[in-house]
Ligand binder design. Structure first.
Ligand SMILES: [Zn+2]
Ligand SMILES: [Zn+2]
Length: 567
């Protein structure tokens, strides 16, 4: 699908136009088109072929033509023309979080800066701070933004990598020469960001497998293709490496290439102590191979239980495996509902009926429809009257549903002064209340922490959503004392969310483990604003698993009756 590719070009075009001081409505029209493209689950090429582009929100005649042009030629002439005379590096500086096209235009015209190095230099030397409207604080923010951008450009979010990888993995499994194939590396461990995608396969004929891989339609460019390994670039400039091994070594290679490095170093040390050697080909005593076809043989050879890839980070899993006390990690199948979704009552795209339909398709027993509260006007937050209307509609829909219940929920805004956006007498009418911060991100640590903990003290608040506010690769967490949040949550019995949106994954794995130690319950929510987003629940489950969480640690493994008793 070319949807996100074209959306990127529209966004870049909007950036360039804004940089050049073009009129706001023109800039916004491209941004709107980009958003629509990203939100459309249908393949845009199909929509275009059937002449339905104009039916999409935010797509006018001229943007529709540009989409057609890109589908035909792989380019948009308007973008190529507008960016003429601007260097690639200058254009990529538009991606710095916290910079903005207007600031960059000012910096470019006044200081003649068009490289990252020159920009950093101007900030350090204080020249940037002298520009109108800049100041030292802005300079610091830009430096932080450059740092985030550097990290992000090296790694891509799990939620982006996973679908690309699984699609290619499916193809590899269909090759005639291939017996088994699995994802490896940090992707198999479900880390929140991924470097390159690694696929491992066993094959009767290595060369044939490599050739078939390089010839896949997804492949845009072949970087290298040898006798056992190939590296290719697929859409989105993502690199995928395929390694082919003999069937007898598959388990050992899978263990070896899954990592993590720290985990594997420890395993090899244990093996050495037992007079064994572990490598990518197997487990050996002297020259004799004692295992390696299956991954579990590696662990068993050194007296350990096999363990799920998500916890192979040398965070105590090897010691736990030795004692036989590994956690029984939560699985996607155990999740009975989604506790954070938005409907078109606020800023979601789907109707209540559509959400119910999707939830049934996912096999859920309940979903909490947590639309925004009244202060969040940009997200069409609900007035008390609209809440009442929504409650009635939910009742009507629920009366027709068999195995599913929609829960009347809200994503309650925690206001800048720590107050809550609805009074208690309205809050008590909800089935599920998640409270969260959407403003005042720059407040000092004590203040933000206090805002959240005072929300926890309200008996009607069930859960704190996206507790640190970070956006992976785009925005650092706001200053918040997470240890304090967890301590208070343990006392008040408030759940903490694992927001499963791939940009957020908030709370993260490390804090999840700490939450469990403190006896805090977690709730997984996708924060879906679109039906497709509900599938991201698996990313939340992955974070939970990486945080050693079991079904009993997670509220949405409970049947509805038990969940209600928790309130
Ligand atoms: Zn939110
Ligand atoms: Zn939300």
């Amino acid at each position: 699908m070319k949807n996100s590719e074209i959306a990127d070009v529209f966004d870049q075009l909007a950036d360039v136009l804004e940089f050049k001081g073009e009129m706001v409505f023109k800039v916004n029209s491209y941004r709107k088109a980009a958003r629509t493209l990203r939100d459309t689950s249908e393949d845009i090429a199909v929509v275009a072929a059937e002449n339905r582009l104009a039916n999409l929100p935010g797509i006018g005649k001229s943007t529709a033509e540009k989409i057609q042009e890109y589908l035909k030629t792989g380019k948009i002439k308007k973008y190529e023309e507008e960016r003429k005379g601007l260097s690639d590096e200058l254009i990529s500086m538009l991606q710095i979080p916290g910079m903005g096209p207007k600031s960059l235009a000012l910096i470019h015209s006044r200081l003649k800066i068009d490289t990252f190095a020159a920009l950093e230099d101007a900030i350090h030397s204080g020249r940037l701070a002298e520009l109108p409207g800049m100041g030292e604080k802005k300079g610091e923010n830009i430096l932080k933004g450059i740092q985030l951008l550097r990290e992000a450009s090296k790694r891509i979010p799990l939620g982006v990598a996973l679908p690309i990888a699984e699609q290619v993995l499916d193809e590899v499994r269909k090759f005639k020469s291939v017996r088994r194939a699995e994802l490896a590396g940090s992707l198999r461990r479900m880390r929140e960001t991924i470097g390159d995608i690694d696929i491992l396969a066993s094959a009767s004929d290595h060369k044939k497998a490599i050739e078939a891989f390089a010839a896949l339609p997804q492949v845009k460019r072949v970087l290298a293709a040898g006798t056992t390994k190939a590296s290719v670039i697929v859409q989105g400039n993502q690199q995928i490496d395929l390694r082919v091994v003999d069937e007898e070594c598959f388990g050992a290679a899978l263990q070896y290439f899954t990592g993590s490095k720290e985990h594997n170093i420890k395993l090899r040390d244990i093996a050495k102590g037992l007079g064994l050697k572990i490598n990518e080909y197997g487990v050996f005593r002297g020259d004799k191979k004692v295992g390696g076809k299956e991954e579990k043989e590696i662990y068993e050879a050194i007296g350990l239980q096999w363990m799920p890839p998500e916890i192979r980070e040398d965070r105590g899993e090897i010691e736990a495996a030795k004692e036989g006390s590994l956690p029984a990690l939560v699985t996607s199948k155990q999740i009975k509902g989604d506790l954070h979704v938005h409907s078109n009552f606020s800023d979601g795209r789907a109707t209540l009926e559509q959400l119910a339909e999707q939830a049934e398709a996912l096999g859920y027993k309940y979903i909490a429809v947590t639309d925004h509260s009244q202060s969040l006007k940009i997200a069409r937050g609900l007035t008390p009257e609209r809440v009442e209307q929504k409650g009635k509609e939910i009742q009507k829909i629920n009366s027709k549903l068999k195995s599913l219940k929609l829960l009347l929920g809200t994503e309650l805004d925690i206001l800048g002064d720590g107050g809550l956006d609805y009074p208690d007498k309205l809050l008590e009418k909800f089935d599920w209340v998640v409270a969260s911060i959407h403003s005042g991100f720059k407040q000092p640590r004590e203040k933000i922490t206090r805002r959240i903990t005072s929300a926890m003290e309200n008996p009607f608040v069930d859960c704190i959503a996206h507790p640190t506010g970070r956006l992976i690769g785009q925005r650092s967490p706001y200053e918040v004392d997470v240890e304090e949040l967890l301590a208070v949550a343990a006392k008040t019995g408030t759940a903490i969310e694992i927001n499963a949106n791939y940009d957020r994954l908030d709370l993260d794995d490390i804090w999840c483990k700490r939450a469990k130690e403190l006896g805090v319950k977690l709730a997984i929510g996708t924060d879906a604003h679109h039906l497709d987003h509900m599938n991201m629940i698996r990313l939340g489950v992955a974070v939970a698993r990486r945080g050693w969480l079991e079904a009993t640690d997670i509220l949405n493994t409970l049947p509805l009756k038990k969940l209600r008793q928790k309130r």
